[in-house]
Write a protein that binds this ligand. Structure first.
Ligand code: FAD
Ligand code: UDP
Length: 370
């Protein structure tokens, strides 16, 4: 198993429970992959080391699965954004709309107002991020909340990005400011590292950290599940798939710095995209001091941590060439966020990991080549 993140842990656990001996290796000095949380020694705050992670899902089996290892506490993601000298509520909801336009509209009035006076209804089938925004919220809200943020986040104009990126965010004509729609939402009480540690805690699993996987190591194993970068497996022989990486500038504050977990910054002139104040991710804990991250996004260079797959036209062509290579590689299954070069939320990662492991076990039992 290459990678001790959620993909590696869940697949490893499933196979270990089916009686297999599993080696999990990771090049980092910790388990948890990008979901890692660690306790800050000075303040006691649980820090989301690779950026904020909120668990949300409609998949009841996945929800029960994670809760069977680590209790989850209720947590709703309520994001704020600073733009044009004010603080607004996200995702765009009735409060945002009324505050932004200085109105006191009721839900149906606001819906009519956006539809008739803001939205560009001449866009029939929005293809790009920009078209999607102009079609559903109009230019004023788009320019205040999305344009600058997206330029910073993705390093390109929203007219070059697919509409699917914005479709992740709802627009609501009521005062519901929950960032997600999902039925189950929460935070692991002791953090994601504690959760993943428990998933990996099985006599059939051995974890080896600070160990870099190289292709020739595959010969030592009956099968390899690889959750590292797809292009990295092939030593980038066809070129590099594009990623955005993040830089986190940590600072401390004695008290409550911003009063919420995540404050976005919509304006292009502010160089960071958001500030995360980690103690607010665990509101059931009480800490005097505070640990905050200013988050900056930039193009990923060799040696950086790959965060967001870019998946524009150029990357999609290269991706299909790598997928072809991967399909020809016997004895290796490519999994997870990096192994399949997709933006995967944690619940989808777990669902795919469970399905992958179960499919593998079924094929072995039927005597088929895995
Ligand atoms: P990873 O966590 O990336 O694990 C892969 C592991 O493989 C890493 O530990 C790496 O060190 C190791 N590895 C790579 N190459 C090698 C090699 N050659 N040899 C050995 N080891 C190797 N999801 C949500 O549901 N909610 C959120 O709020 C959320 N927020 C996010 C915020 C950010 C900034 C990002 C980037 C992602 C977020 N996600 C969120 C998605 C979440 O991080 C992923 O779903 C999850 O991390 C995927 O797990 P994984 O095991 O596939 O990959
Ligand atoms: N976005 C934005 N302004 C915001 C928040 C999000 O323009 O204040 C855009 C941005 O392009 C982002 C996308 O909406 O990539 C999806 O937002 P989400 O919060 O899902 O981003 P992620 O979790 O991927 O960081």
């Amino acid at each position: 198993m290459v990678g001790a993140g959620l993909s590696g842990a869940v697949i490893g656990r499933c196979l270990a429970e089916a009686g297999h001996e599993i080696d999990v290796i990771d090049s980092r000095n910790h388990i948890g992959g990008n979901c890692q949380t660690r306790r800050d020694e000075e303040t006691g705050v649980l820090v989301h080391v690779y950026g904020p992670h909120i668990f949300h899902t409609d998949d009841e089996e996945v929800w029960n699965y994670v809760n069977s290892f680590e209790p989850f506490k209720p947590y709703k993601n309520r994001v704020k954004t600073t733009a044009r000298g004010q603080v607004f509520s996200l995702p765009i909801n009735l409060h945002t709309i009324n505050q932004f336009f200085g109105r006191t509209m009721r839900p149906d009035e606001a819906r009519r107002f956006i539809q008739e006076e803001q939205a560009d209804t001449s866009i029939e089938d929005p293809k790009t991020f920009e078209e999607q925004a102009l079609r559903f919220v109009g230019r004023d809200l788009y320019e205040a909340f999305f344009k600058g943020y997206t330029l910073k986040q993705w390093g390109c104009h929203p007219s070059e990005l697919p509409a699917s990126i914005l479709k992740r965010l709802p627009v609501r004509f009521n005062y519901d400011d929950n960032y997600f729609f999902h039925k189950f939402q929460g935070m692991p009480e002791n953090g994601y590292t504690a959760l993943i540690e428990k998933i990996l805690d099985h006599p059939g699993i051995t974890v080896q950290l600070e160990t870099d996987f190289k292709q020739d190591m595959a010969a030592h194993y009956d099968h390899v599940f690889y959750s590292g970068p797809l292009d990295g497996f092939f030593d980038y022989e066809l070129g590099r798939l594009g990623y955005r990486t993040l830089d986190f500038e940590e600072f401390r504050y004695d008290g409550d710095y911003q009063g919420c977990a995540v404050m976005n910054y919509g304006e292009e002139e502010v160089p960071f995209t958001r500030i995360t104040e980690h103690k607010h991710f665990a509101p059931w804990e009480c800490h005097e001091g505070s640990v905050c991250y200013r988050e900056y996004s930039r193009a990923c260079e060799p040696g950086d941590v790959p965060y967001y797959p870019i998946r524009l036209v150029k990357e999609k062509a290269l991706l299909s060439d790598y997928v072809e290579l991967a399909e020809k590689t016997a004895g290796v299954t490519f999994v997870g966020r990096l192994g399949t070069y997709r933006y995967l939320d944690m619940d989808v990662t777990i669902r795919e990991a469970l399905d992958t492991a179960r499919g593998f076990i079924d094929r072995l039992e039927r005597g088929e080549a895995p």
